[in-house]
Design a binder for this molecule. Sequence first.
Ligand code: AMP
Length: 353
Amino acid sequence: MKNNILGIIGGGQLGRMTALAAAKFGIECHIFDPDSNAPAFKVCSKSYIYDYENINAIKEFASGVDTALYEFENIPLKSAKIIEELCLLRPSSFILSVSQDRLIEKKFLLDKAKVQTAKFYECNSYEDLVNAKNLIKGPSVLKTRRFGYDGKGQIKIDSDTDLLSAWKNIGSDKLILEEFISFKRELSIIIARDHNNNVQLYDTVENKHKNHILDQTIAPAPEISSKISKLSRDIAISIANELNLIGILAIELFELNNGDLIVNEIAPRPHNSGHWTMDGCITDQFEQAVRAAVGINLGSTERLFNIVMQNLIGDDIYLADDLINDPNCRVHLYGKQEVRPGRKMGHINRLIR
Ligand code: AMP
């Protein structure tokens, strides 16, 4: 077993669960997050509480670890590149650069990975937006290129939407207008790829959202056809190979009624729709991210249980006291002090057997 120190950029629940997975192999984690209350700080051996732009702190952090990974995409690219000069960064800063900007991401998916995306247009001015709306014709979604998550930085545009107010309200002038897809359901798939180009894929799952936040993941996706299952795997492999991924990558997909799959977005990190793997698979997504980062062979993604993953959002956390007594429920809490509406406080994996 490698005696590595793993750096984790971002101290949210994803960083916390990654650090817990690393601990199983005796790997210590150093965590970097500007928020002193970040939940991952409670489970790591060294905390760096600095802004992501603090170059001296970034250098000290990167010099003190063998390998680093990130648990979210909104890290300044400049900082990621500095980290990459001082230690292994897996996934790479190139992959980060693709995934943190919707325009670059969509162009990459379409032109390089050659997978299907929603029709999209770059909008840097109100005139661009008017032109794009005319080109798309039907309903569309206006999205900020950066810093969007859980439906933030998005406005649905219908024929009667006041386009000028949408333009003024979205809070950025670096945008894309995307065709609105009337999908049958939302799916996702997670792929892991190591430094020897070996890949492992998890089962394709179905995701249900409430208020734009992931509510439930059903693993595997109910009644998924072998065609869709194969297509989702092929898409994941194309993207991972084209990115030269070392690490794990989640791919969010729209399944259409005609049997097509459209890639919505990618995330080169553990993903909420992969939390089911913690109790459903031989190797969970967090352990897999650690394995790929530090250079241990990837683990088996074989599914042991069908799982329904339910996020505990805001006050849902108070259900945990009862759920913990249910023998088919595995409860995972993130140790966040403050309960806020819309805040992910934990999740449960219900074993279906
Ligand atoms: P995103 O931030 O791109 O993952 O979008 C958040 C959610 O908004 C997705 O999970 C979908 O439910 C919905 N959404 C995003 N883009 C589109 C689209 N082009 N058409 C229909 N729904 C969308």
